[in-house]
Design a protein around this ligand. Structure first.
Ligand SMILES: *Cc1c(COP(=O)(O)O)cnc(C)c1O
Length: 363
C-alpha cells in the first residue's frame, strides 16, 4: 500500500530527494564520509552551501540587494529575531489572521512595542481577510509583520503586500513558513521573508531568511549573536556550526524544484491539487470548510465533519488506507490535509476518493 503523509510539519519531502540522500548517506561524493561528518569550512561543504543559495536565488529570482541567511531555531526563532533586530523607538504593526500571527505578536511584545490589528472578518458566513488597501499602518511604524499562510486555520493571503497602504519606508516582514516556494512571489514586494524549513524546504530546526540589505544596519550588537541578521550575513551563516545536513537537504529540495520547472510549474500543480479537495468539500453534505474562497489555503486544506466522533472515525479509517496525519491541529480540531510541494497529485486523488467513499458509506 502506498502511504501518503498529510502532516502539516515536519512534512513529507520529495521521494527523489530522500532516495538521493539515502544513496549517498555513508559515502558522500566518494569521500568515504557522510556529508554530516565533514567540516562546515571544508571546500566540499562550502560548495554545498553556495550551490543551495544559488538554487534558491534562481527559484525566487532574488535580487542582488537581498541576502539569504540560514539560521537556527525554526520559524519561532524568527518571532524573536525580527523584533530584536528591527525594533526602534516606534511601535511595530502586526496584522493578525490566526494562530501563528498570534504567537508572533506575543513573542514580539517581549522585546518591543506592538500595535496589533485583527484583519479577519465574516463575509458570506465565511472567514475572510480584509483587503490590504484597508490595513492601516502607523506613519511612524517600525515595521509591518503578517503571515501570508496560517497553517493551522488554512487561511492564505494571495494579495501582494504592495497593496498595503503605508508610508513608503516602512519595511514589510512576512512569515512564509508554510507557503514559501509554493507559488510565485515578487521578492521586491517584501523587505524580509522568513520561513521555518519543515514545510516546503527540508528538515525542522533550520530557518531561511531573505532580507533586503539596507535593513541589516538595524541590527544592534547587543542582541544574541545567533539571532543577529547583520552578523549572520557577514559570517555567511557560519558564525557557529550551521545545521549542515539540513542545508544539504534543503539544497537538494531546491534543485528538485528547479528540475520540476521551477515555481511557476509547481504552482500550477498546487492549484490543481487544492482545487480537487475544495471541490470535493463543496460538493458534499458531510464536509464543511469555513474559509472564504478568496482566502482558502493552497497548502493546508481544513474541514470539519458533523461531530468529533465522526471526525475520529474519518481519521482512523483514512490511516488504514495509508492516508496519514489528517487530524486537524489540537487547538482547532477537525481535519487538515497539508498538501505541500512534495505531495504528489496521486496522494490528493487517493484522499478525494477516500472522502467520497466515506460519505457514500452513509457516515
Ligand atoms: C510551522 C510554523 C511556524 C513555527 O515553526 P517552528 O519551526 O516550529 O518554530 C511559524 N509560522 C508558521 C506560519 C508556521 O507554519
Amino acid at each position: 500500500m502506498t502511504i501518503y503523509n498529510f502532516c502539516a510539519g515536519p512534512a513529507m519531502l520529495p521521494i527523489e530527494v530522500m532516495q538521493q540522500a539515502q544513496a549517498e548517506l555513508v559515502n558522500w561524493q566518494n569521500t568515504g564520509s557522510s556529508v554530516m561528518e565533514i567540516s562546515h569550512r571544508s571546500k566540499e561543504f562550502i560548495k554545498v552551501y553556495e550551490d543551495s543559495i544559488a538554487a534558491l536565488r534562481a527559484l525566487l529570482s532574488i535580487p542582488d540587494n537581498y541576502s539569504v541567511l540560514y539560521m537556527q531555531g525554526g520559524g519561532r526563532g524568527q518571532f524573536s529575531a525580527v523584533p530584536l533586530n528591527l525594533r526602534n523607538e516606534n511601535s511595530a504593526d502586526y496584522f493578525n489572521t490566526g494562530s501563528w500571527s498570534t504567537s508572533a505578536v506575543s513573542e514580539a511584545k517581549q522585546f518591543t512595542s506592538v500595535t496589533e490589528h485583527t484583519i479577519t472578518n465574516q463575509l458570506d458566513g465565511k472567514t475572510a481577510v480584509m483587503p490590504m488597501a484597508d490595513w492601516s499602518v502607523a506613519a511612524e511604524s517600525a515595521y509591518v509583520h503578517y503571515c501570508p499562510n496560517e497553517t493551522i486555520e488554512g487561511i492564505e493571503i494571495f494579495e501582494t503586500p504592495k497593496n498595503i497602504a503605508r508610508p513608503l519606508q516602512v519595511p514589510i516582514i512576512a512569515d512564509m513558513s508554510s507557503t514559501i516556494l509554493s507559488r510565485q512571489i515578487d521578492i521586491k514586494d517584501y523587505d524580509l521573508i522568513y520561513a521555518g524549513a519543515q514545510k516546503n524546504i527540508g528538515p525542522s530546526g533550520l530557518a531561511i531568511v531573505i532580507i533586503k540589505n539596507d535593513l541589516l544596519a538595524r541590527s544592534k550588537s547587543t542582541i544574541p549573536s545567533l539571532l543577529n541578521y547583520q552578523l549572520t550575513q557577514q559570517k555567511q551563516s557560519m558564525f557557529n556550526t550551521p545545521p549542515t545536513f539540513a542545508i544539504y537537504l534543503a539544497g537538494k529540495v531546491f534543485n528538485w524544484l528547479l528540475d520540476q520547472g521551477g515555481i511557476a510549474e509547481i504552482e500550477k500543480k498546487n492549484i490543481v491539487k487544492a482545487k480537487k479537495l475544495y471541490e470535493t468539500i463543496d460538493n458534499s453534505d458531510l464536509y464543511h470548510n469555513s474559509i472564504h474562497p478568496t482566502n482558502r489555503s493552497r497548502m493546508n486544506v481544513t474541514f470539519t465533519l458533523r461531530n468529533s466522533e465522526l471526525t475520529e472515525r474519518f481519521v482512523q479509517q483514512a490511516e488504514l488506507e495509508g492516508l496519514k496525519a489528517l487530524k486537524g491541529h489540537r487547538s482547532v480540531g477537525g481535519i487538515r490535509a497539508s498538501i505541500y510541494n512534495a505531495m504528489p497529485i496521486e496522494g490528493v486523488d487517493a484522499l478525494v476518493s477516500f472522502m467520497k467513499n466515506f460519505e457514500r458509506q452513509g457516515a
